[in-house]
Design a protein around this ligand. Structure first.
Ligand code: NAD
Length: 308
């Protein structure tokens, strides 16, 4: 992962949320050639994820002093820090908005002062229930959670700051991320849940009929998209970051059971209310304008998930 090709060197790089899953991989890719600072409150991240050679500042992106001092002299900022749990956002919409939307806006203001380039982590959650797949960037946006609204707000400010203030900004709408250091626990994504169940020998629980489909994108590809976004001329836009391929959730359960060499039964349980049926990125704009295309197939990426 440290040897992903890029031409970003000699820069002051800030990675917010850089002790977390995706942010720490971005820091890994850049630390050899750049001065990398990580701003993270360690709420879900782990200081052990921060690569050697990067400076960890334990602080809160919603705190003006913490954020502004981490932003001092930054050339490029990768903004990953966020409330990441959709279900937590439903319980705590105000906190979610403060962290995901307000802090992004404040960070864009800091970037204006520092003349820094900004790449933010947006999400496929901005689309809500897709009306059709694959989903292009100009698909209607009707988020179904405070998380999705907060990400859409941040994503729109990113566009506006390029337009109004000529700030070089890009929003990356990640689809379902997976890979090394992916978090487990209560809010974990479906891959982590299936892996935990398979390793424990517990039933692998598929919500509903298992015919839902998702576009899983490996964190190595997400890092590549970020590195492209940090140098592209096609700024002021949001790009999907997915593979353009999908897997059914019941097939995923089967793949993970095999990869974990597990005897767990696969059990269908109640569907989750409001669950999205199909999600799949249209990758045309990312390919044509950003020069990014995912390279890691699910079969190759799954063995890098913790536990497999
Ligand atoms: P993560 O929880 O591993 O990383 C988030 C990091 O931000 C953590 O290290 C956490 O401690 C830190 N953080 C949270 N609130 C903070 C605050 N107020 N101040 C400072 N640090 C704070 O999650 P991740 O999966 O690596 O997500 C990274 C980004 O990608 C997030 O913005 C998330 O919304 C977005 N995203 C992730 C996925 C996915 O599938 N993982 C999909 C779409 C978008």
């Amino acid at each position: 992962m440290n040897d992903i090709d890029h031409d970003i060197a000699g820069q002051n790089v800030l990675v917010t949320g850089g002790a977390g899953f995706i942010g720490s991989h971005i820091a890994d890719a850049l630390v050899a050639d750049n001065d990398v600072t990580v701003l993270d409150d360690l709420s879900s991240g782990d200081r052990a994820n921060v690569p050697e050679g990067a400076t960890l500042r334990v602080g809160d992106v919603t705190d003006d002093a913490d954020r502004a001092s981490a932003m001092a002299d930054a050339d490029v900022v990768f903004h990953e820090a966020a409330v990441v749990s959709v279900s937590h956002s439903v319980d705590a919409p105000v906190e979610t908005n403060r962290t995901n939307a307000d802090a992004t806006l404040a960070l864009l203001e800091d970037a204006r002062r520092e003349d820094a380039r900004v790449v933010i982590a947006s999400s496929a959650a901005v689309y809500g229930h897709p009306e059709y797949v694959p989903i292009p960037e100009d698909h209607p946006t009707e988020p179904t959670s405070p998380y999705g609204i907060s990400k859409l707000t941040a994503d729109q400010y990113v566009r506006l700051y390029a337009e109004l203030y000529d700030l070089p900004t890009v929003a990356l709408r990640y689809f379902n991320a997976y890979g090394p250091r992916q978090a487990g626990g209560d809010y974990s994504a479906v891959i982590s849940t299936f892996v935990e169940q398979a390793l424990a020998g517990d039933p692998i629980t598929v919500n509903g009929d298992g015919g839902q489909t998702r576009d899983f994108v490996h964190v190595e590809d997400i890092v590549r998209a970020n590195l492209r976004a940090a140098t592209t001329d096609a700024v002021g836009e949001a790009y999907n970051v997915g593979t353009g391929d999908t897997v059914r959730i019941d097939e995923l359960a089967e793949l993970i059971r095999t990869a974990a060499d597990s005897d767990s039964p696969i059990r269908n349980v109640d569907g989750r209310p409001g669950d999205i049926r199909h999600s799949r990125a249209d990758t045309t704009a990312a390919r044509e304008r950003l020069g990014f295309e995912a390279t890691v197939a699910l079969g190759d990426g799954l063995p890098t998930v913790p536990g497999l």
